[in-house]
Design a protein around this ligand. Structure first.
Ligand SMILES: *[C@@H]1O[C@H](CO)[C@@H](O)[C@H](O)[C@H]1NC(C)=O
Ligand SMILES: *[C@@H]1O[C@H](CO)[C@@H](O)[C@H](O)[C@H]1NC(C)=O
Ligand SMILES: *[C@@H]1O[C@H](CO)[C@@H](O)[C@H](O)[C@H]1NC(C)=O
Ligand SMILES: *[C@@H]1O[C@H](CO)[C@@H](O)[C@H](O)[C@H]1NC(C)=O
Ligand SMILES: *[C@@H]1O[C@H](CO)[C@@H](O)[C@H](O)[C@H]1NC(C)=O
Ligand SMILES: *[C@@H]1O[C@H](CO)[C@@H](O)[C@H](O)[C@H]1NC(C)=O
Length: 434
C-alpha cells in the first residue's frame, strides 16, 4: 500500500511537470542561443552565434539542430562560416556576387565534420550534434559566424530577429534578451576584451510537447522470484492500432529507407511486442551478499531505424548514494538538491558500448552495479530494490505498477504497522504537493 502511494506521488509529479516544460531531474536544463556582435561595419554586422546545451542528460542527436529565425526587416546574410543556410532564396536584387541567403526566415544547419578548413570556425562542423553537459561538455556547444546586411527599416525593439526555433521536437525558444557583453581573453589572460553587444535566446524542452507517447519502458526481475515482470501493455503504443506498425519475430523489416537528406527524424519502426516501445530497460536484482547487492541493467534497442549513439540512462534509486562499483558503463551522480543523493546517470564507454545498435544488429548494452546495503534503509521487501524512475535519453520510461513487482517468497500482503506509517507519511507528502 505504501509503495502504491509513493508510486502515485511520483507519477503525479511526472505527469504534471512535463507539460510546463520543467524536468525535476534537470531543473536548470536549457539550450541558449547567443549572438555576440563582433563588429559594426557601417552597412553590415559580423556576428558570432553559439548554441550551448546546458542540459545534464538531454542531447541533440542526428539529424542535428536546424536553427531558424525571422528577420524583422530586409536583412540578408552575405557570408557564413561554420554553418550554412539550407536555401539561398531570391537574391536577384543584388548584382555581382550574390549573398549567402536572402530569405526572410533562413534555416541554418551545422557543417559536417571534415568541411573545408577555410569555412570552419571553432566548435563548428559536428553535423548539428550537441552532447549533454554531463557526458561530454566539450562537444555541448556549437558555433558559427556570419556577416549580414543591417535592415533598412528601423526597428524600435532592437536589431535581433525573432521567432527562433531549433528544429527539434519539444523545444520552444523565447525572445532575444540583451545580456552583459561576452568577454574574451587576449594576451594569455593579461587583458580582457568584449564584444559590442550580446543577446541571449533561451530554449526549453518539454517531453510532452515532443511526443505525448512514451519511448521507453521498464521490465523487472529478481533472483528471489522466477516471475519476470514485463513492460506494461501498450506502454508506448498498442499493437493493432492504426499507425502502429511493427516487425514480427522471424520477419525481416521492409527495405529500410534511411534518410539521405537528414530532413526528418524517422518514426520508430519497432519489433512487435505488447508494449511497442523502441527502448526497453530491464532491471534485474541479481545477487545478494552479506554487505552488498548486485543489479544487472540491460538496455535493448527494439527500433529498426535508429542506432542510438551517446545514449544515456538516468536512474532514481535511494541506494545510489552508496554505489560501490559499476561495470561497463560510465556513471555520474546528479546531485540536484545537495543532500538527496538518489539520482545518477549511466552512459556507454567510448568505442565499446556507447552506440546502441538498431534491432537488426542485436542492439543492447549491459552493466552490473554493485551497491552497499546501507543499514536502516536497505530492504528487499516492498519492491524497495527496484528503481523509482528511469529515463532514457531524457525521456521518462513507463514502469510496471508496483503491485506487480516480483515479491519475496512469503512476504504476502500483510498490512504491517510499518507500512501503515509509510502510507500515512506518503499521504502527508501527497497533500503538501496537491
Ligand atoms: C547567455 O548565454 C551564455 C551562453 O551562451 C551564458 O553563459 C550566459 O550566462 C547567458 N547570460 C544570461 C544573462 O543568461
Ligand atoms: C513571429 O511570429 C509571430 C506569430 O506567428 C508573427 O505574428 C510575426 O510576424 C513573426 N515575426 C516575424 C518577423 O516574421
Ligand atoms: C525575385 O525578386 C524580385 C524582386 O526583388 C522579383 O521581381 C522576382 O520576380 C523574384 N523572382 C522570383 C522567382 O520570385
Ligand atoms: C547502425 O549501425 C550499423 C553498424 O554500424 C549499420 O550497418 C546500420 O546501417 C546502422 N543503422 C542505422 C539505422 O543507421
Ligand atoms: C553523493 O554521491 C557522490 C558520488 O557517489 C559523492 O561524491 C557525494 O559526496 C555524495 N553526496 C552526498 C550529499 O552524500
Ligand atoms: C513472485 O512475485 C509475483 C508478483 O508479485 C507473486 O505473484 C508471486 O507470488 C511471487 N512468487 C513467489 C514464489 O513468492
Amino acid at each position: 500500500m505504501g509503495i502504491v502511494l509513493i508510486f502515485i506521488f511520483f507519477s503525479l509529479i511526472s505527469s504534471i511537470l512535463p507539460s510546463y516544460g520543467f524536468d525535476s531531474l534537470d531543473p536548470n536544463g536549457k539550450i541558449t542561443i547567443t549572438w555576440d556582435f563582433m563588429s559594426d561595419n557601417d552597412v553590415t554586422y559580423d556576428v558570432r552565434v553559439s548554441i550551448h546545451n546546458f542540459q545534464l542528460f538531454r542531447q541533440i542527436d542526428l539529424p542535428g539542430w536546424k536553427l531558424k529565425w525571422a528577420w524583422k526587416s530586409d536583412e540578408v546574410i552575405w557570408k557564413m562560416w561554420g554553418a550554412e543556410a539550407t536555401e539561398q532564396g531570391n537574391c536577384t536584387r543584388f548584382s555581382g556576387e550574390p549573398p549567402h541567403c536572402c530569405l526572410k526566415e533562413p534555416t541554418i544547419v551545422d557543417l559536417m565534420p571534415g568541411a573545408p578548413y577555410n569555412i570552419q570556425t571553432a566548435n563548428c562542423c559536428r553535423g548539428g550534434v550537441l552532447t549533454s553537459m554531463t557526458q561530454d561538455p566539450t562537444n555541448s556547444v556549437a558555433a558559427f559566424q556570419m556577416n549580414f546586411n543591417k535592415g533598412t527599416v528601423y526597428n524600435p525593439d532592437g536589431k535581433m530577429p525573432e521567432n527562433f526555433t531549433l528544429g527539434i521536437p519539444g523545444y520552444t525558444c523565447g525572445k532575444a534578451i540583451q545580456v552583459p557583453a561576452t568577454k574574451y581573453t587576449k594576451n594569455g589572460g593579461r587583458r580582457w576584451e568584449q564584444y559590442l553587444e550580446t543577446w541571449n535566446v533561451t530554449c526549453t524542452y518539454s517531453q510532452f510537447r515532443a511526443s505525448p507517447s512514451p519511448k521507453c519502458c521498464v521490465s523487472l526481475s529478481a533472483f528471489y522470484n522466477s516471475t519476470i515482470v514485463p513492460c506494461p501493455q501498450c506502454s508506448c503504443n498498442c499493437q493493432g492500432l492504426p499507425g502502429a506498425e511493427c516487425v514480427k519475430y522471424g520477419e525481416t523489416p521492409p527495405l529500410l529507407q534511411l534518410p539521405h537528406d537528414t530532413e526528418q527524424d524517422l518514426q520508430p519502426l519497432v519489433r512487435c511486442s505488447q508494449h511497442m516501445c523502441p527502448i526497453r530497460v530491464h532491471w534485474h536484482i541479481k545477487e545478494s551478499y552479506r554487505e552488498y547487492w548486485r543489479v544487472k541493467i540491460t538496455i535493448t534497442n527494439l527500433n529498426f531505424v535508429k542506432n542510438y549513439s551517446q545514449w544515456n540512462l538516468v536512474v532514481v534509486h535511494p541506494n545510489l548514494q552508496s554505489i560501490e562499483q559499476i561495470f561497463s558503463f560510465n556513471y555520474k551522480s546528479l546531485d540536484q538538491y545537495g543532500n538527496i543523493n538518489d539520482t545518477g546517470m549511466f552512459w556507454g564507454v567510448q568505442y565499446y558500448n556507447d552506440m546502441l545498435l538498431s534491432n537488426d544488429h542485436n542492439g543492447n548494452a549491459q552493466s552490473e552495479v554493485l551497491l552497499h546495503k546501507d543499514k536502516g534503509i536497505f530492504n528487499f521487501k516492498d519492491g524497495w530494490a527496484f528503481p523509482r524512475r528511469i529515463s532514457f535519453n531524457g525521456d521518462e520510461c513507463v514502469m510496471p505498477p508496483p503491485d506487480d513487482y516480483p515479491r519475496l517468497p512469503n512476504s504476502g500482503h500483510i498490512a504491517t504497522r510499518r507500512s501503515f506509517i509509510v502510507t500515512f507519511l506518503s499521504l502527508i507528502v501527497l497533500m503538501m504537493v496537491v
